[in-house]
Design a protein around this ligand. Structure first.
Ligand SMILES: C=C(O[C@@H]1C=C(C(=O)O)C=C[C@H]1O)C(=O)O
Length: 185
Protein backbone atom coordinates (compact mmCIF):
# COMPACT_ATOMS: atom_id res chain seq x y z
CA UNK A 1 0.00 0.00 0.00
CA UNK A 2 1.23 3.52 -0.72
CA UNK A 3 1.42 4.39 2.94
CA UNK A 4 2.38 7.67 4.47
CA UNK A 5 2.36 8.77 8.05
CA UNK A 6 -1.08 8.83 9.65
CA UNK A 7 -2.57 12.25 9.41
CA UNK A 8 -5.17 13.99 11.47
CA UNK A 9 -7.83 16.24 9.98
CA UNK A 10 -9.42 18.89 12.13
CA UNK A 11 -12.43 20.29 10.25
CA UNK A 12 -15.73 19.93 12.03
CA UNK A 13 -18.08 18.18 9.60
CA UNK A 14 -21.21 19.86 8.36
CA UNK A 15 -23.80 17.19 7.52
CA UNK A 16 -26.67 17.79 5.13
CA UNK A 17 -29.38 15.52 3.74
CA UNK A 18 -27.74 13.81 0.77
CA UNK A 19 -30.33 15.26 -1.65
CA UNK A 20 -29.25 18.80 -0.70
CA UNK A 21 -25.77 18.07 -2.10
CA UNK A 22 -27.02 16.45 -5.28
CA UNK A 23 -26.71 19.66 -7.39
CA UNK A 24 -22.98 19.76 -6.57
CA UNK A 25 -22.39 16.05 -7.16
CA UNK A 26 -21.68 14.30 -10.47
CA UNK A 27 -24.13 11.59 -11.50
CA UNK A 28 -21.37 8.99 -11.06
CA UNK A 29 -20.70 10.01 -7.48
CA UNK A 30 -24.42 10.22 -6.71
CA UNK A 31 -24.65 6.49 -7.55
CA UNK A 32 -22.13 5.80 -4.81
CA UNK A 33 -22.95 8.38 -2.16
CA UNK A 34 -26.76 8.05 -2.26
CA UNK A 35 -26.87 4.24 -2.48
CA UNK A 36 -28.58 2.52 0.43
CA UNK A 37 -27.59 -1.10 -0.18
CA UNK A 38 -24.35 -2.66 1.09
CA UNK A 39 -21.25 -0.64 0.27
CA UNK A 40 -19.17 -3.74 0.97
CA UNK A 41 -21.05 -5.54 -1.84
CA UNK A 42 -20.68 -2.56 -4.21
CA UNK A 43 -16.96 -2.20 -3.59
CA UNK A 44 -16.43 -5.93 -4.00
CA UNK A 45 -18.20 -5.79 -7.39
CA UNK A 46 -16.39 -2.62 -8.52
CA UNK A 47 -12.99 -4.06 -7.65
CA UNK A 48 -13.73 -6.95 -10.06
CA UNK A 49 -10.48 -9.05 -10.12
CA UNK A 50 -8.91 -7.24 -7.18
CA UNK A 51 -9.93 -8.54 -3.75
CA UNK A 52 -11.94 -6.40 -1.34
CA UNK A 53 -10.52 -6.28 2.16
CA UNK A 54 -11.40 -4.57 5.42
CA UNK A 55 -8.30 -3.27 7.15
CA UNK A 56 -8.95 -2.68 10.84
CA UNK A 57 -7.40 0.59 12.01
CA UNK A 58 -8.86 0.89 15.47
CA UNK A 59 -11.62 -0.68 17.50
CA UNK A 60 -12.67 -0.31 21.12
CA UNK A 61 -14.15 2.09 23.63
CA UNK A 62 -13.59 5.79 23.03
CA UNK A 63 -15.12 9.24 23.05
CA UNK A 64 -17.52 10.05 20.20
CA UNK A 65 -17.25 13.42 18.48
CA UNK A 66 -20.08 15.85 19.33
CA UNK A 67 -21.74 15.39 15.91
CA UNK A 68 -21.61 11.61 16.37
CA UNK A 69 -23.17 11.82 19.83
CA UNK A 70 -25.89 14.09 18.42
CA UNK A 71 -26.64 11.67 15.56
CA UNK A 72 -27.14 8.86 18.07
CA UNK A 73 -29.00 10.96 20.67
CA UNK A 74 -26.19 10.33 23.18
CA UNK A 75 -25.21 12.68 25.99
CA UNK A 76 -21.97 14.53 25.28
CA UNK A 77 -18.74 13.16 26.76
CA UNK A 78 -20.03 9.62 27.25
CA UNK A 79 -17.90 6.76 26.03
CA UNK A 80 -19.09 4.65 23.09
CA UNK A 81 -17.91 1.70 21.04
CA UNK A 82 -15.85 2.89 18.04
CA UNK A 83 -14.52 1.09 14.99
CA UNK A 84 -12.36 2.62 12.25
CA UNK A 85 -11.50 0.73 9.09
CA UNK A 86 -10.08 1.23 5.63
CA UNK A 87 -12.07 -0.53 2.94
CA UNK A 88 -9.42 -1.60 0.45
CA UNK A 89 -9.54 -2.89 -3.08
CA UNK A 90 -6.32 -4.73 -3.76
CA UNK A 91 -3.89 -2.89 -1.50
CA UNK A 92 -5.51 0.51 -2.01
CA UNK A 93 -7.85 2.11 0.53
CA UNK A 94 -10.90 3.39 -1.40
CA UNK A 95 -13.08 4.28 1.57
CA UNK A 96 -12.40 4.92 5.23
CA UNK A 97 -15.19 4.33 7.69
CA UNK A 98 -15.86 5.04 11.32
CA UNK A 99 -18.76 3.44 13.19
CA UNK A 100 -20.10 4.37 16.61
CA UNK A 101 -22.52 2.55 18.91
CA UNK A 102 -23.80 3.33 22.42
CA UNK A 103 -22.14 1.01 24.95
CA UNK A 104 -25.47 0.43 26.72
CA UNK A 105 -26.96 -1.10 23.54
CA UNK A 106 -24.22 -3.69 23.00
CA UNK A 107 -25.76 -6.90 24.22
CA UNK A 108 -24.29 -10.07 22.80
CA UNK A 109 -23.65 -8.84 19.24
CA UNK A 110 -19.88 -9.45 19.77
CA UNK A 111 -18.98 -6.67 17.34
CA UNK A 112 -15.48 -6.70 18.81
CA UNK A 113 -15.01 -10.13 17.26
CA UNK A 114 -15.62 -8.87 13.71
CA UNK A 115 -11.96 -8.02 13.28
CA UNK A 116 -11.30 -7.63 9.56
CA UNK A 117 -14.66 -9.06 8.52
CA UNK A 118 -17.03 -6.42 7.14
CA UNK A 119 -19.51 -4.89 9.52
CA UNK A 120 -21.72 -4.26 6.48
CA UNK A 121 -21.84 -7.95 5.56
CA UNK A 122 -23.07 -8.71 9.08
CA UNK A 123 -25.53 -5.78 9.18
CA UNK A 124 -27.15 -6.54 5.84
CA UNK A 125 -27.82 -10.13 6.94
CA UNK A 126 -30.06 -8.90 9.80
CA UNK A 127 -33.69 -9.30 8.72
CA UNK A 128 -34.99 -6.46 10.92
CA UNK A 129 -32.38 -3.92 9.72
CA UNK A 130 -33.61 -0.35 9.34
CA UNK A 131 -31.44 2.33 7.78
CA UNK A 132 -32.03 5.97 8.70
CA UNK A 133 -31.70 8.85 6.20
CA UNK A 134 -28.35 9.42 4.53
CA UNK A 135 -26.51 12.65 5.19
CA UNK A 136 -23.44 13.79 3.29
CA UNK A 137 -20.53 16.16 3.73
CA UNK A 138 -17.59 17.58 1.82
CA UNK A 139 -15.64 17.86 5.08
CA UNK A 140 -12.79 15.47 5.63
CA UNK A 141 -12.68 12.78 8.31
CA UNK A 142 -11.18 13.68 11.65
CA UNK A 143 -9.71 10.28 12.32
CA UNK A 144 -6.26 9.17 11.22
CA UNK A 145 -5.92 6.85 8.26
CA UNK A 146 -2.91 5.48 6.45
CA UNK A 147 -2.95 7.02 2.98
CA UNK A 148 -2.33 10.35 1.28
CA UNK A 149 -5.56 10.03 -0.74
CA UNK A 150 -7.98 12.89 -0.16
CA UNK A 151 -11.53 12.42 1.00
CA UNK A 152 -13.96 13.65 -1.70
CA UNK A 153 -17.34 12.84 -0.18
CA UNK A 154 -18.43 11.66 3.24
CA UNK A 155 -21.77 10.20 4.22
CA UNK A 156 -23.39 8.85 7.35
CA UNK A 157 -26.51 7.04 8.44
CA UNK A 158 -27.79 5.25 11.52
CA UNK A 159 -28.62 1.55 11.24
CA UNK A 160 -31.04 -0.01 13.68
CA UNK A 161 -31.19 -3.67 14.52
CA UNK A 162 -32.49 -5.45 17.62
CA UNK A 163 -32.32 -2.40 19.88
CA UNK A 164 -28.88 -1.38 18.60
CA UNK A 165 -28.31 1.98 16.88
CA UNK A 166 -25.10 2.06 14.91
CA UNK A 167 -23.84 5.23 13.23
CA UNK A 168 -21.80 4.38 10.13
CA UNK A 169 -19.74 7.15 8.48
CA UNK A 170 -17.99 6.47 5.21
CA UNK A 171 -15.54 8.73 3.37
CA UNK A 172 -14.86 8.09 -0.31
CA UNK A 173 -11.23 8.72 -1.26
CA UNK A 174 -9.56 10.17 -4.36
CA UNK A 175 -7.78 6.81 -4.84
CA UNK A 176 -11.18 5.27 -5.61
CA UNK A 177 -11.95 8.08 -8.08
CA UNK A 178 -8.59 7.49 -9.80
CA UNK A 179 -9.03 3.72 -10.03
CA UNK A 180 -12.65 3.92 -11.28
CA UNK A 181 -12.09 7.05 -13.39
CA UNK A 182 -14.73 8.97 -11.49
CA UNK A 183 -14.82 12.77 -11.57
CA UNK A 184 -13.19 14.63 -8.68
CA UNK A 185 -16.65 15.54 -7.35
C1 LIG B 1 -22.28 -0.36 6.27
C2 LIG B 1 -21.49 -1.13 5.57
O1 LIG B 1 -20.35 -1.59 6.12
C3 LIG B 1 -19.09 -1.21 5.70
C4 LIG B 1 -18.09 -1.96 6.51
C5 LIG B 1 -17.57 -1.42 7.63
C6 LIG B 1 -16.72 -2.14 8.63
O2 LIG B 1 -16.35 -3.28 8.44
O3 LIG B 1 -16.44 -1.55 9.68
C7 LIG B 1 -17.82 -0.12 7.92
C8 LIG B 1 -18.57 0.66 7.15
C9 LIG B 1 -19.03 0.26 5.86
O4 LIG B 1 -18.38 0.91 4.87
C10 LIG B 1 -21.79 -1.51 4.19
O5 LIG B 1 -21.14 -2.42 3.68
O6 LIG B 1 -22.71 -0.88 3.61
Amino acid sequence: MATSSFRQAHAFPVWQPVAALRPTMSASWWQWVASTDSLTARLTAAGSERPFRVRLLRQGVGMPQPDEAQALGLALRHYAWLREVALCVGDTPWVVARSVAPLTQLKGQHLEKLGERSLGSWLFRQPDLIRGPLEATVCVPRFAYPTDAESLWGRRSVFQHAGLSLLVQEYFLSSMANDLRLPSR
